[in-house]
Design a protein around this ligand. Structure first.
Ligand SMILES: Cc1cc2nc3c(=O)[nH]c(=O)nc-3n(C[C@H](O)[C@H](O)[C@H](O)COP(=O)(O)OP(=O)(O)OC[C@H]3O[C@@H](n4cnc5c(N)ncnc54)[C@H](O)[C@@H]3O)c2cc1C
Length: 343
C-alpha cells in the first residue's frame, strides 16, 4: 500500500510509479559521476529506522529520492538481538526489524545505495551538492540527515566481548531482560540516574557507579534515586574490566582516589556515559546543541533552509526506534511543504 495524499500533482500525473523507479535507478547511477543527472527532491543520508521510515513516506509522496548508507542498511538496531518495545512487532530481532523495514521501503520503490559515505555538502543554485568518495557528487533540492548516534563506550576490557551478552547501552530497551537480577549502571548524568531508577523497578538490585563523588543529574532525579531501597551508589570509581562466561558475571571496579580494586557480581552492565551523534562534522555549518545534535524541532527542519535532521542525530529527549521512525515521517512531510513553497 503506497498510496498517499498527493501534494505535487503534476509529477504524479505525468510519470508512472514504474517510470519513477527507473528514473530513481538512473539517478542513483549518478554516483559514478555521470553528467546531466537531475536533482533529487531529497537525498536521505542513513538507512537506519529514521531513514527507512522517511523513504516509505517519500515514495508515497512521489518525491524523487535516494537513500545512501555508508555500511549495510539497518542502523544501530543491527547491534541488538532482541527488540521488544516496537508496537506491533514484539520480540523481534534487530536484524529482522531492519530487514522488514528495508523490504517495506523497497516495495514502495526506494533505491538504497549502500557503501556510500557522505562526507560534505555545498550550497548550489536550487539546492545542494553532496560529496562522497572523495570527489564524487550528487545534487539534491533538500537533504535529510538520518545518520543516528553512537553510544559512548567505556573502553574497558570485556566491554566489546559482552556487548549484547550483558553489556547494554540502552536500559529502556534491555532492562526487561534483567528482571529480578542484580545489575550495574555506569555513569553519573541524567541518563544514568534515569536508567538506574527505571531498572530498580524490575531488578533485584541496582549499583550505580560514578567516577566522581557527586552526580551530575538533576536534583529531583537524584532525590528519587536515593530514596530507592534497592539502589546502591559507588563513588569515585570506574569499570576496569568486565568478566563473564558467555554472559556477564562481574565487573571489576577501580577506586580512582585510592586505586583499590573490587570485583562486584552483576548480571548486567548498563553503560550510560552519553551518546555521540553522527553529525558528520557539520556542526560549523548547521547549528547543533552542546551535545553535537542538530537543533531541529518536531518538523525536523534544521536552521539551514532545505536541510532536515531525523532520528538520533536530532535534539530530542528519547532516542528509540519508535521516535526515529516518527521523525522520518515528520521530516518528509515538512520536506514536501518546503518543496511546494519553492515552486
Ligand atoms: C545496542 C542497542 C540496542 C538498542 N535497542 C533498542 C530497542 O530495543 N528498542 C528501541 O526502540 N531502540 C533501541 N536502540 C536505539 C535505536 O537503535 C536507535 O534509537 C535508532 O536506531 C535510531 O535510528 P536512526 O535512524 O536515527 O539512526 P541509526 O540507527 O544510528 O542509523 C543511522 C544510519 O546512518 C548511517 N550513516 C552514518 N553516517 C553516514 C554517512 N556519512 N553516510 C551514509 N550513511 C551514514 C549509519 O551507518 C546508520 O546505518 C538500541 C540501540 C543500541 C545501540
Amino acid at each position: 500500500m503506497c498510496g498517499f495524499p498527493i501534494i505535487r500533482k503534476e509529477r504524479v500525473e505525468s510519470v508512472s510509479p514504474k517510470q519513477k523507479k527507473k528514473k530513481r535507478k538512473e539517478q542513483a547511477r549518478g554516483r559514478t559521476g555521470q553528467e546531466n543527472e537531475e536533482m533529487y527532491d531529497v537525498v536521505i543520508i542513513g538507512a537506519g529506522p529514521a531513514g527507512m521510515a522517511a523513504a516509505v513516506y517519500a515514495a508515497r509522496a512521489e518525491l524523487t529520492f535516494v537513500v545512501v548508507e555508508k555500511d549495510m542498511s539497518g542502523g544501530q538496531i543491527l547491534e541488538t538481538s532482541e527488540i521488544d518495545n516496537y508496537p506491533g512487532i514484539p520480540g523481534t530481532s534487530g536484524f529482522e526489524l531492519a530487514q522488514k523495514s528495508r523490504e517495506h521501503a523497497e516495495a514502495c520503490g526506494t533505491e538504497i545505495i549502500e557503501n556510500i559515505k557522505i562526507e560534505d555538502f555545498r550550497k548550489i543554485d536550487g539546492g545542494f551538492e553532496l560529496v562522497f568518495d572523495g570527489n564524487k557528487t550528487m545534487e539534491t533540492k533538500t537533504i535529510l540527515i538520518a545518520t543516528g548516534a553512537r553510544p559512548r563506550r567505556l573502553g574497558c576490557a570485556g566491554e566489546e566481548e559482552f556487548t549484547g551478552a550483558g553489556v547494554s547501552y540502552c536500559a529502556t530497551c534491555d532492562g526487561a531482560f534483567f528482571k529480578g537480577r542484580d545489575v550495574t549502571v555506569i555513569g553519573g548524568g541524567n541518563t544514568a540516574v534515569e536508567d538506574a531508577i527505571f531498572l530498580a523497578r524490575g531488578c533485584k538490585s541496582v549499583t550505580l557507579v560514578h567516577r566522581r563523588n557527586e552526580l551530575r543529574a538533576s536534583r529531583n532525579l537524584v532525590t528519587k534515586l536515593k530514596s530507592l531501597p534497592n539502589v546502591e551508589i559507588i563513588w569515585d570509581s570506574v569499570a576496569e574490566r568486565i568478566y563473564g562466561n558467555g554472559t556477564v558475571e562481574s565487573v571489576l571496579l577501580r577506586n580512582v582516589k585510592t586505586g583499590e580494586m573490587t570485583d562486584r557480581k552483576t548480571a548486567g552492565v548498563f553503560v550510560a556515559v552519553g551518546t555521540k551523534p553522527v553529525n558528520l562534522g557539520w556542526q560549523d555549518k548547521i547549528p547543533c546543541d552542546e551535545g553535537g545534535c542538530f537543533i531541529a524541532g518536531e518538523d525536523c527542519a534544521t536552521q539551514v533552509p532545505g536541510i532536515f535532521a531525523a532520528g538520533d542525530v536530532r535534539t530530542k529527549p528519547l532516542r528509540q526506534v519508535v521516535t526515529a521512525v516518527a521523525d522520518g515521517a515528520n521530516a518528509i512531510t515538512a520536506i514536501e511543504r518546503f518543496l511546494a513553497e519553492q515552486e
